[in-house]
Ligand binder design. Sequence first.
Ligand code: GLU
Length: 499
Amino acid sequence: MSNVKVRFAPSPTGYLHVGGARTALHNYLYAKRKGGKFILRVEDTDQERSTEEALQMQLQDLKWLGLTWDEGPQVGGDFGPYKQSERLSIYKKYADEILTKGKAYYCFLTDEEIDKQREDAMKAGRPPQVQSPYRDWSTEKALTEIKSGKRAVVRFKVPKEATEYGFTDLVRGDVKFPSDMVGDFVLLRSDGMPVYNFCCVIDDHLMKITHVLRAEEHLSNTLRQMMIYEALGWETPQFAHLSIILGPDKQKLSKRHGATSCHEYMEKGFLPEALNNFIALLGWSSPKGQEIMSMKELIEQFDLDRMTSSPAVFDETKLLWVNETHLRALPNADLWMRVKPFLDKHNVNYSGDSDWQSKSLDAFKPAMRTLLDGVTLFSLLDDESFAVYEESREALNWTKSESVILAWSDLVKASGKEYLSALEFEAIQNQVKEKCQVKGKELFMPIRVSVIGKPHGTELKLLVPLLKVDSLVKRASKTIRAAKEKQFKPSPVAEAEKH
Ligand code: GLU
């Protein structure tokens, strides 16, 4: 095993966003490619926004994607605890160390005083940075104040003389920051809770993280983090800031663009391997130019040299294509295991052995882009949801339609079979043609309506063998009744059309 150790460090404030999933996936792929370790660390020091429920959902989503971690919640490891809220004494210890070194101080400025400073600085055209009169106080003096009941934050002392902090970002190349870009920033809040930048450095160091792959929005935090590393005399890990993800309108991807959480994609019937494939390609490309890739291929080909800093566009049409391609390549037995929970959840009735399941998937697969499409398609085979739709009205009005359906139904019944084969279906259709002296759509459409309630859709040759003879006969008589009574159901919107 190499010494490569990466981490995904989500804040449990909601569902796992596709941007977070991309960060997790790139870290995971990098660890697997390098034979290293993938750590999961929970950044929950923002207690107002973090919830246990959100954490559990995020862990579930990561597992659904198959991004299992080598160390972290539920699996443990030698560098735990892996939840920041359980590491408070560790942060306190290092805050004390920085205070002792004179590189941080207790600051008693109130929020009002800070706001006032900001306003004045803006008016005077100065950068709105905190100027604290407590910067040069000794820790002893400050502690006396604290003992007497005053509340203080711990602030980092940003070096007075302006210098430059630079590092080589593995995605962006050389990045430089002037040190005066930031003012003295907070390490511990007045209630003792540490802030993200501080915990992140302590944990990345103690957990022996070698590479930090994270979202672009954290690029500017890197300056503060480098200052903390320096104050503690620690080496920095290598940084790689992933490209921003935009919606199709080139604005930052957000709820406005529709589904943005992995959970929503799961519920919409996307496959985890398809989502992984698609998000892996946000900011990275295969050296072989491949677009459809299995997890194994992603691991074999992933590296940081093909990462780009240009914004990635989240194109749902491409995601659908990636999904249907993975879905249609699945063996029927596997696909059935995945479609089944959707049918159960949406109360679609089905009966039939594994041969029947496989045949129905052969019939429906070409029309399925997502597992959820299976719900619409399998409903066609569910007698309880059989209905004659408005769009069939015209075909049922043709002079010979009723006799076509009656002839069809009689011949089906007379077959004495449980199911018809495709050949038997065709033979019966030909007999109806002879008997009723109709051809073309006047023959096909009434039969189709009597099978699925609609004049268009999946080929009957594939569909009829999936329905019991009994059911075909009942459907035909319901169709004749609907035509007589002019009782049609409003046309459903197919799931596939909703995408
Ligand atoms: N908790 C941070 C986030 O969710 C992680 C930042 C980092 O990876 O350093 O954005």
